[in-house]
Design a protein around this ligand. Structure first.
Ligand SMILES: Nc1nc2c(ncn2[C@@H]2O[C@H](COP(=O)(O)OP(=O)(O)O)[C@@H](O)[C@H]2O)c(=O)[nH]1
Ligand SMILES: [Mg+2]
Length: 718
């Protein structure tokens, strides 16, 4: 296979709503450039992409598939991405290592939620976008209507490069207003017949051509001048203007295709080869040190590992992009992300499961390798002396969580290994063994996302697992000062224990003055602070302990034990066993026994005095509250709003965005448990949302009561 130079390589991501036809389009592209001799079909499970068992099970893509086409002297690397929102992680990865997003739209349904979500993602990573208006052979296909909808939602930058002469079962011809030619196909599609535009179409074609020329000219002063003088541009000038418009995202060209009939696919690939930006025309990626790294084949070798799959008979396959230099077989590289070394024994160009060995890959190219020792998705590997580290892929925060455990306890370790591997395959499958919740928490983008993981564990790894409701990481704190003392005494048989602690606790706020005098009932307690320990807590907030012991009531050597006792209760709060935060404790008196006082005595005395004081300090439970943004079509806005209000949401704002209503709200995590499923059923799958941790807020009285009761119950059971 030929080694392509950087300026002969194009990297594109196939994106769009589930079912719009990305995998079918990828199949047609592979067929058109001869990688496959026959086109497979998604329904039959015979496509080059969608080869994982779970994808055959679902009949749709779950993972992205890296492929390439050698076409007209160029190498087009393209990544077929899943369309379901839950698998957005794959699309985000693909978008970050490619230079153009090809958003496929189903010509029968028009712009869908998935289309708008992925368009928003392209905006976020500032990648050029072209649209492929697919399924024009579909019964309900309506080109004009969809174009109008696209202009309404994505704005005036949407511009058709072609229009079909007919839509529906009869679709077999189109007018290309860039090249000003008529394209038509026989029943098998493929290579088009190219003719002059028939007279009855010329006016419409000229009008659309002119609009395209005008939009292309806007992106370059020289072209603008030429356009003003002559009112036209040459084909090459048009291409140059469009390319510039793509790079700065001022133009969104629309192509006509029927992937299933393989019509319009070659023309679109021509455009990918001739017009969309080369890797070096895009802003250069920046290392973690802020160094801009141009894709220079003569530069130091640096490769970025963006994807890992586990394939039968070969194990892990690691996909990478050559960020700089020319990678050659046999090279030794440093894994600068993990401090280990790797030898690149084999380099492959990959088309799904088809791997073609190659000796070298230039900067900008995408390839794969196998048998690496210690590489993770997201690692950077450099030649000796080069210290580039890349970390530019930002994944969305999780939207759905479940606690997971194996049906058979003894499988826990095996399950962790499998889950760790799955995280490599899809970094938005996040696994955390929560010490706080005493659960293994799986986080993902939605219920479907986690169910897919479960399917794979149970069907591929043959390990049965259970999903459970994750516990909520509540917090406890106090709202007023309280005093308590506790005597721990055990003097019956064996070593005696004795310790007595008197303490006052109060809510802690940053920068509050040193404790002075407290009044409880008609008694006054004057504190003289000997020293103060401020302990930031791993779970947020602080514990502050003031030693106000006078007259040696408690020896200084027992203070650390008392503090340990306080910390026991901060880790397992008196109300619900949750972490406590933001408490200041003044230890101001106590008693010792010359023989029986020891660490354990004062730890227990401190712990119990603290619990008692805590319960008398008007304690409150805090719950995690999330900022939630919901994107819904206007017609279901009311239903979504009332559902949110039923979840104790505080609506923070509403506005329209890209044809959608955006609701911003603050919602307790407890109420978000299966929100993705509920929202999808309220809106018929026509909505999406994001959620991000915001703050801890007091739970309402009735919720607190319920939590206390539940905790007491659970304590009885233990
Ligand atoms: N009529 C018609 N059906 C298509 C076309 N492209 C894809 N499909 C069908 O749409 C469904 C989804 O296709 P697929 O490629 O899996 O979509 P993806 O989820 O975007 O990858 C399958 O049943 C395809 O056969 C097309 O151009 N015309
Ligand atoms: Mg697909």
């Amino acid at each position: 296979m030929k080694v392509y130079k950087t300026n002969e390589i194009k990297n594109v991501a196939l994106l769009g709503s589930k079912g719009s036809g990305k995998t079918t389009l990828a199949e047609a592209m592979l067929y058109e450039c001869g990688v496959i001799k026959r086109r497979g079909a998604v329904e039959a499970g015979t496509t080059a992409s969608d080869y994982f068992p779970v994808e055959k099970e679902y009949g749709s893509s779950v993972f992205s598939t890296v492929m390439y086409a050698e076409f007209n002297g160029k190498k087009i690397n393209f990544i077929d991405c899943p369309g379901a929102d839950d698998f957005v992680g794959n699309a985000i990865t693909a978008l970050n290592v490619t230079d153009t997003g090809v958003i496929v739209i189903n010509g029968q349904y028009g712009v869908e939620v998935g289309t708008q979500n992925i368009f928003r993602t392209c905006n976020k990573v500032e990648k050029p976008v072209i649209f492929a208006l697919n399924q024009l052979d579909g019964e309900k296909a309506d080109f004009d209507n969809v174009i109008e909808q696209m202009k309404e939602i994505f704005g005036p930058r949407v511009i058709p490069i072609q229009y079909p002469l007919t839509c529906g079962a009869g679709f077999n011809a189109m007018i290309d207003v860039l090249l000003m030619k008529k394209y038509s196909w026989g029943p098998d599609g493929g290579v088009p017949k190219i003719e002059d535009i028939p007279a009855d179409q010329m006016d419409k074609a000229m009008e659309m051509h002119h609009a395209l020329v005008e939009m292309a000219a806007e992106n370059d002063e020289g072209l603008m001048e030429k356009f003003f003088e002559t009112d036209q541009l040459s084909e090459d000038e048009l291409r140059e203007g469009i390319r510039k418009g793509l790079v700065d995202r001022s133009i969104y060209p629309v192509f006509c295709v029927s992937a299933a009939k393989d019509m319009g696919v070659r023309r679109m690939m021509e455009f990918l080869g001739n017009v969309v930006p080369f890797v070096e025309e895009m802003p250069a990626p920046v290392t973690t040190e802020g160094v801009e790294v141009k894709p220079d084949s003569n530069g130091p070798v640096s490769i970025f590992m963006f994807k890992t799959t586990v394939e039968p008979h070969i194990g892990e396959v690691n996909y990478f992009k050559v960020m700089s230099g020319t990678l050659k077989t046999g090279m030794d590289l440093d894994n600068v992300s993990r401090g280990s070394k790797e030898r690149i024994a084999q380099i492959y160009c990959v088309c799904g499961q088809i791997r073609t060995q190659i000796d070298e890959l230039c900067a900008g190219d995408i390839g794969a390798t196998v048998k690496l020792k210690d590489v993770r998705t997201g690692n950077t590997l450099d030649e000796k002396g080069c210290n580039y580290v890349f970390d530019f892929i930002k994944y969305p925060s999780p939207k759905y969580q479940r606690a997971v455990r194996p049906v058979t306890e003894s499988d826990s370790e095996k399950l962790m290994q499998i889950l760790t591997r799955m995280h490599e395959e899809d970094p938005t499958w996040i696994i955390e063994q929560s010490k706080e919740l005493k659960q293994t928490i799986l986080s993902g983008q939605g219920e479907f996302h986690l169910r897919t993981l479960k399917w794979r564990v149970e069907n591929n790894d043959k390990l049965q697992i259970v999903f459970e409701e994750p516990r909520i990481p509540y917090r406890e704190t106090i709202t007023k000062a309280a005093r308590a003392d506790y005597r721990h005494k055990k003097q019956s048989g064996g070593a005696g224990q004795f310790g007595e602690v008197h303490l006052i606790i109060e809510p802690y706020t940053e920068g509050m003055p040193a404790p002075d005098t407290f009044r409880f009932g008609n008694q006054e307690y004057k504190m003289s602070v000997r020293d103060t320990q401020e302990m930031p807590l791993a779970w947020g907030g602080k514990l502050v302990v003031c030693n106000c012991i006078v007259g040696g009531a408690i020896d200084a050597r027992f203070i650390p034990a008392i503090v340990k006792g306080l910390m026991d209760r901060m880790e397992q709060g008196p109300l619900t066993g949750s972490y406590a935060r933001d408490v200041r404790v003044c230890i101001y008196d106590g008693k010792m026994h010359p023989v029986d006082s020891n660490e354990i005595s004062f730890r227990l005395a401190g712990r119990n005095a603290f619990s008692e004081a805590f319960r008398n300090a008007n304690p409150k439970v805090l719950e995690p509250v999330y900022d939630v943004e919901v994107f819904v079509p206007a017609d279901v806005m009311g239903d979504v709003m009332s559902d949110l209000q039923g979840r104790r949401a505080i609506i923070m704002g509403m506005n329209s965005e890209n044809g959608f209503e955006k609701i911003s709200a603050k919602v307790p995590l407890k109420e978000m448990s299966s929100y993705s499923t509920a929202l999808s059923s309220i809106t018929g799958g026509r909505s999406s949302f994001t959620m991000k941790f915001a703050s801890y807020e007091l739970v309402p009285g009735d919720v607190q009561e319920k939590l206390l009761k539940e905790y007491l119950e659970s304590q009885k059971e233990d």
